[in-house]
Write a protein that binds this ligand. Structure first.
Ligand SMILES: Cc1cc2nc3c(=O)[nH]c(=O)nc-3n(C[C@H](O)[C@H](O)[C@H](O)COP(=O)(O)O)c2cc1C
Length: 216
């Protein structure tokens, strides 16, 4: 098995930065993009419930509309790919059941044999939280996918810009998310940096490791 070593890992995490200027002429290959979509799919989530949908905005006219709801941040139109991380707005028992059916299919077991898992998920997520708590829970899960995508892209030498600077309600309207039971949580523009982007060489501002990692 080919694995990267720890130096390569840290080098790539230092190489990555929240890209401000993408080169609009550089496109991610279909193979690399397929791998990044697979990375999204492989994201872990609480109880494995995956309360999300990832919208890849291929249509440039839709991207131009989204730019108007993104405070003019040019990454939305210039990056090779734009992902809108959408969260299930009101996670329900039907969603738990969809997961249970998929688990039964993939693992080759009966739906009934997963009754315990189903009850636990219904109790802790659907019945144990009010709508706001449930939405927050689902949004938290969605952000794990954002981190996964950003890091995966960096390991492939692909740039990414995680973005919260957009009007969620307008995104929901423009993409018809409400009708699908979804709401926009966060974005990632993904592609290749422009040489002129001065942020690429800006030193990283991070608190010292000893301050943020405590050994107890
Ligand atoms: C969830 C999230 C949302 C962000 N939203 C924006 C954004 O809307 N616009 C922007 O220019 N940068 C945005 N950033 C980039 C951060 O400012 C950046 O990641 C941080 O300053 C650390 O710098 P680095 O990523 O270049 O190491 C966002 C980052 C994260 C993780």
């Amino acid at each position: 098995m080919k694995i990267i070593d720890r130096h390569q890992l840290i080098d790539q995490l230092n190489w990555r930065y929240a890209t401000k200027q993408f080169d609009p002429t550089l496109k991610i290959s279909a193979q690399d993009w397929a791998a990044l979509e697979e990375a999204l799919v492989l994201t872990p989530s609480s109880i494995g419930l995956q309360p999300w949908t990832f919208l890849v905005i291929d249509d440039p006219t839709v991207r131009a509309k989204l730019l108007l709801a993104s405070y003019g941040q040019p990454q939305v139109v210039d990056a090779s790919h734009l992902v809108v991380f959408a969260t299930k707005a009101n996670y329900s028992i039907a969603d738990v059941d969809a997961h249970i059916r998929q688990a039964a299919k993939v693992r080759g077991v009966s739906v009934e044999s997963l009754d315990g898992l189903r009850s636990m998920a219904v109790r802790s997520v659907v019945q144990g939280m009010n709508e706001t708590e449930r939405r927050n829970w689902a949004v938290n899960q969605t952000y794990i996918a954002l981190g996964n995508l950003v890091t995966s892209a960096a390991l492939l030498g692909i740039d990414a810009a995680p973005m919260e600077g957009f009007e969620k309600g307008r995104y929901d309207d423009l993409l018809g998310l409400k009708a699908r039971g979804l709401t926009a949580s966060v974005l990632a523009a993904v592609g290749y940096r422009k040489d002129s982007d001065k942020y690429a060489s800006a030193p990283k501002v991070r608190f010292p490791r000893a301050e943020v990692v405590l050994h107890v």
